[in-house]
Ligand binder design. Structure first.
Ligand code: SF4
Length: 407
């Protein structure tokens, strides 16, 4: 049975926090059922942060590490940065030519966000911000995505994507684009440690990448019942943030805690210690995976390449032919037998050369390792970009054809 296709992404706004975990864990589960493309949506971040791009490279890297550490598998799924697949911008441009302005202006979040940013003294009345739902539609449709995992608040955007697909198919008498279906998920809203929305900018977040000491500090800072001054004062769990966490993380002692708190038989220190342990238990495997992806030894890179090769051979990635047929192989062959080749090989490293000569890794892999500067995250993003590009290029070629852009 052919797998459905999913595209999902997040803006690189800084390190992700435990409030994002349920969405990411859902992505990780979907990888077995769908062909998945997961992207860092850096172009989307420009719609509101066009004048503040200094942190973009590091934020992007940290976000990719967050994805990988939570269980996004770069062998099963294409993990890439949106702007590295230029076809997203190309399809967005084509859509911008045939979608009425009123469709974008009536988007429920458009006016709200303009007002919110205005209050912060920022004018985001740009062409790009208005067109952001079009870019989102291009992101999904360029992979012929038929399924989009979303929360309820994003349903209007999916409906707009469906309308865009319909209009394009109608105008150009084609059935190129599917009308993607929303795959609704319920994701618990984890509050920040001060009870407001969890956000890095409020400084009330527990990052996915937090150390044990950082977790301890944030749990200690959690707001409890403000009316409870002494341990023998009866407490009110319903206004306590620690208790919210107990509810979200399904503490088996919930009933007992509520009774003991109300009866002044339990202190807040015990509750906080339990939450600290629950969060630590959740983050420990994530830390281990993160450490693996931060290891930039050739062994780590090689391990990833071999897994990818195996998946290619089993036909699980679907992009084998295009990658192996890359003309860079020809470029390397120009060097054969010359002094330039020897210099080139010295630069690469003997273990990599041996693997290449034995056919363990391809010339394309060698060049990617060099381009990635022996960095595993960079290598994953290069491979992810190439995999994403295969389908993105196919789709835009078909779009140009049906739009009669033939030269
Ligand atoms: S005892 Fe527990 S539930 Fe009650 S106020 Fe303290 S932290 Fe909250």
């Amino acid at each position: 049975m052919t797998k459905g296709t999913i595209l999902s992404g997040m803006r690189p706004t800084g390190r992700l926090h435990i409030g994002h975990l349920s969405v990411l864990e859902n992505w990780a589960r979907l990888q077995d059922e769908y062909k998945c493309y997961f992207m860092v949506a850096d172009l989307h971040s420009l719609t509101t942060k066009f004048d503040d791009t200094g942190d973009l490279p590091e934020d992007t890297r940290q976000m990719v590490l967050d994805f990988l550490s939570v269980g996004i598998d770069p062998v099963k799924s294409a993990v890439f940065v949106q702007s590295s697949v230029r076809e997203h911008a190309e399809l967005h441009l084509y859509f911008s030519m045939n979608i009425p302005l009123s469709w974008l202006e009536r988007c429920p979040t458009y006016k709200d966000q303009l007002v919110q940013f205005e209050k912060q003294g920022k004018d985001i009345t740009t062409y790009g911000f208005l067109g952001y739902p079009l870019l989102q539609a291009a992101d999904i449709l360029i992979y012929l995505g038929d399924t989009v995992p979303v929360g309820e608040d994003q349903l209007p955007h999916i409906e707009l994507t469906r309308e865009i697909a319909r209009r394009f198919n109608f105008l150009y008498k084609t059935d190129l684009f599917p009308e993607p279906q929303a795959l609704l998920g319920r994701f618990p809203m984890v509050p920040g440690v001060d009870g407001r929305k969890m956000s890095k900018s409020y400084g009330n977040d527990i990052a996915i990448s937090a150390s044990s000491d950082e977790v301890r500090k944030m749990v200690n800072a959690m707001v409890t019942d403000p009316a409870r001054i002494h341990k023998d004062d009866p407490g009110h769990p319903d206004v306590c943030i620690v208790h919210k966490y107990q509810e979200i993380y399904n503490n088996p002692l919930l009933d007992y805690v509520q009774k003991a708190c109300r009866g002044a038989e339990r202190g807040c220190v015990a509750c906080k210690q339990e939450i600290y342990e629950v969060v630590e238990e959740m983050l420990n495997p994530i830390r281990q995976r993160r450490a693996h992806f931060e290891t930039n030894s050739y062994d780590a890179l090689r391990g990833y390449l071999l897994q990818l090769k195996e998946a290619d051979a089993a036909g699980e990635t679907g992009e084998t032919v295009e990658r192996n047929a890359d003309p860079v192989i020809g470029k390397f062959k120009q060097f054969t037998g010359t002094r330039r080749e020897k210099n080139y090989l010295r630069e690469i490293g003997q273990d990599i050369i041996d693997d290449y000569l034995q056919g363990t890794i391809s010339m394309r892999d060698v060049l990617d390792i060099l381009d990635a500067r022996m960095d595993l995250v960079n290598l994953i993003l290069l491979k992810g970009r190439d995999r994403a590009k295969v389908r993105a290029a196919e789709t835009t070629a078909k779009v140009r054809e049906v739009m009669n852009l033939r030269y």
